[in-house]
Design a protein around this ligand. Structure first.
Ligand code: WT7
Length: 636
């Protein structure tokens, strides 16, 4: 018998020990008892972190949509699978039952097939948070196509880069999207992107805002009429356990985004298991994760994890500030939400508003509060705990990454005693460790180091699309036979983990993972810019904000600096998206560099965070004089 649902702390420790002692038996039992397979595996796990190669449930045959939809039809056909809450609170919420989801996914799958899409083809999805988005993912999975969702806040350039990197044949988008009181011309962005994407032959367009858009003859097609004519039955493609399910891009320390590849069986088993335990989901609960499906949180914990458990999952189209800053609380009240999962940046923004906006709403349905995406600071934790959970709902500070596919370190509600700012304990199957600068493991408790994982878990990303070497270099080369997360962490006296933040050139801004290199690449395109360096610095609401040091080509030019700042942010918006804009831009005559020409970011970080008492060792600097200039002109 598997321990699918852990109910108390002793049981957690027992299950955890088993998952370390006998990982294959542990996962095999869960896979065996809680999913439907066309054929079971020949081998549970095969792995080698030096290659690296990881295979779970080899030989097994399945389709993930049968696990997320078909198998619930008999007992839960009329249960709401997806509860869609529109941007406009006066527009009716839509309850999509499992039976309706089945029909709509199959229709969409048939439309894709009619467009010539088959198993293994890549499908780019660039949609707002409307039901078609979740349905499009599942439709791809139904026919074995690999979805690549691009968050609909990314710019045309970012979109075309991603489309071309994975050679997508087709793009699914909408005429536009609602965002609070504004509308966004999504189709216009897609049109701009597709100028650079010769491989895309078809663009399917959902109607959402009924705006006037241009449809390119032969390429663009309205989605709805095609769906209306499609059959509601579509035989699922039988997939191998290790067939890719999706690609999702995440930014890294160097220019190009990394297309993380997740495969079918392991991802399904792990997201389902962690959803059940981390949210303590019970059959009639209403679960809401506020993330966008354009990020991994939405893939794993709006779509696949909840649906694999036959849950009701809320999809919210809008923003926390519209029509007012009480919108989240109004939705919890309206739909009697039981589990609520959001990001610290949202909590901090909402904590700044009047408490009346909270107290107007009945939040008594809540049982579990989740937090994800960045460290949650103590103040935000207490505000969330006191005012939203009313001290009754445990806060689940869940640490994970796009690359890990599912939650890795997290309390289990009503099981693990929580401490503010601690992600607490590894989930069953996860073997974290801390490494020091000499690449040695730091044993014992009350220690701090770089967070690595020693042993594979089912939903680890298997490669970077088209670049296995980069996958190896990024995650498996810093430490021998370990997956390196890029985060620092400390382990306290009882073995709880606290994530302290990134130790590489990635900055988490408002919960968004931003590599500084791609932003620097964008800025350097500006004709007046010679060189630039970007670092993060602490920000009240966003967690971190970006600080740019920019060398202009023509020092002493009389160009207006404020205009240049605007132009630089405009370029960033065009290349990446508005989320990557810089809060501060300092023009400088030079950047601190080592003799080998490397920018010493450590110093720039300290100056940006106004922590210049001790700059550390600067003896290897080629141009120490520039440090004083930068400090003198630092922006506060
Ligand atoms: C990075 C991954 C998968 C979640 C969404 C972000 C940071 C994530 C926490 C947390 C402290 C966290 C880490 C991680 N992070 N959750 N609970 N506490 N930091 O996914 O965009 O791939 O970013 O987010 O730095 O490495 P992502």
């Amino acid at each position: 018998m598997s321990n699918y649902h852990i109910k108390h702390l002793e049981e957690y420790y027992k299950v955890y020990r088993k998952s370390v002692r006998e990982p294959e038996i542990f996962w095999e039992e869960i896979a065996e008892e809680h999913f439907s397979w066309h054929k079971k595996w020949d081998k549970v796990l095969e792995w080698d972190f030096t290659k690296p190669e990881i295979k779970w449930f080899q030989g097994a045959k399945l389709n993930i949509t049968e696990n997320c939809i078909d198998r619930h039809l008999r007992t839960k056909g009329d249960k709401t699978a997806i509860l869609f809450e529109p941007n406009d609170p006066n527009e009716k919420a839509e309850h999509i039952s499992y039976k309706q989801l089945y029909e709509r996914v199959n229709q969409f799958a048939n439309v894709l097939k009619d467009q010539g899409i088959k198993k293994g083809d890549r499908v780019c999805i660039y949609l707002p948070m409307i039901p078609e988005l979740a349905i499009a993912l599942l439709a791809c999975a139904r026919i074995g196509a690999i979805h690549s969702v691009v968050f609909a806040g990314f710019s045309a350039t970012a979109l075309s880069t991603r489309i071309n990197d994975s050679d997508c044949r087709i793009v699914i988008t909408s005429d536009g999207s609602y965002r609070g009181a504004k509308t966004i011309d999504l189709k216009g962005i897609v049109d701009d992107a597709l100028v650079d994407c010769p491989g895309v032959k078809t663009c399917l367009v959902a109607k959402r805002i009924h705006s006037k858009i241009t449809m390119k003859e032969g390429r663009d097609k309205w989605l709805q009429p095609l769906l209306d004519n499609a059959s509601k039955n579509c035989e699922p493609e039988i997939m191998d356990a290790e067939d890719p399910l999706f690609i999702l891009y995440t930014s890294g320390s160097t220019g190009k985004p990394k297309g993380m590849v997740h495969t079918t069986a392991g991802y399904m088993v792990y997201t389902a298991y962690t959803f059940k335990n981390v949210f303590n989901y019970k059959d009639n609960d209403v679960y809401w994760c506020t993330a966008d499906i354009g990020w991994i949180t939405g893939h794993s914990y709006i779509v696949y994890g909840p649906l694999a458990n036959g849950a009701t999952t809320v999809m919210f189209e809008g923003v926390p500030s519209y029509p007012d800053f009480g919108r989240f609380w109004a939705i919890i009240n309206k739909h009697n939400v039981n589990q609520f999962y959001t990001a610290p940046t949202a909590i901090r923004a909402l904590a700044k508003q009047s408490l009346d906006l909270v107290n107007q709403h009945d939040l008594s349905s809540l049982k579990v509060l989740g937090s994800v995406g960045e460290p949650i600071n103590e103040e935000a934790w207490h505000w969330y705990n006191d005012n939203i959970g009313q001290k009754k709902s445990p806060i689940i500070d869940s640490w994970w990454q796009t690359e890990t596919g599912g939650i890795m370190i997290s309390p289990l509600p009503y099981v693990t005693p929580t401490i503010p700012t601690y992600a607490t304990l590894p989930l069953p199957g996860i073997q974290p460790c801390l490494m020091n600068e000499d690449a040695l493991e730091i044993k014992g408790n009350q220690v701090e180091g770089r967070l690595c994982i020693k042993y594979p878990w089912p939903s680890i990303a298997r490669t970077i699309w088209g670049n296995h070497k980069r996958y190896k270099d990024t995650y498996f080369s810093a430490y021998d036979k370990m997956y390196f997360t890029g985060d620092g962490a400390l382990r306290d006296a009882v073995g709880y983990y606290r994530i302290t933040g990134r130790v590489d050139d990635v900055v988490i801004v408002s919960g968004h993972n931003l590599g500084t290199a791609p932003i620097e690449d964008a800025i350097n395109e500006h004709p007046a810019v010679a060189e630039s360096a970007i670092v993060g610095f602490p920000h009240d609401i966003k967690g971190n904000a970006l600080y740019g040091y920019v060398i202009l080509k023509d020092v002493g030019t009389d160009r207006n600096h404020d205009n240049l700042r605007k132009e630089i942010n405009q370029i960033i918006t065009e290349h990446i998206g508005p989320i990557a804009k810089l809060d501060k831009i300092q023009f400088t005559s030079g950047l601190p560099k080592t003799r080998s020409g490397k920018i010493m970011r450590r110093i720039l970080r300290k100056i940006a965070r106004n922590d210049t008492k001790d700059l550390g060792d600067t003896s290897t600097l080629l141009n120490p004089e520039v440090v004083q200039e930068i400090m003198d002109n630092a922006l506060r």
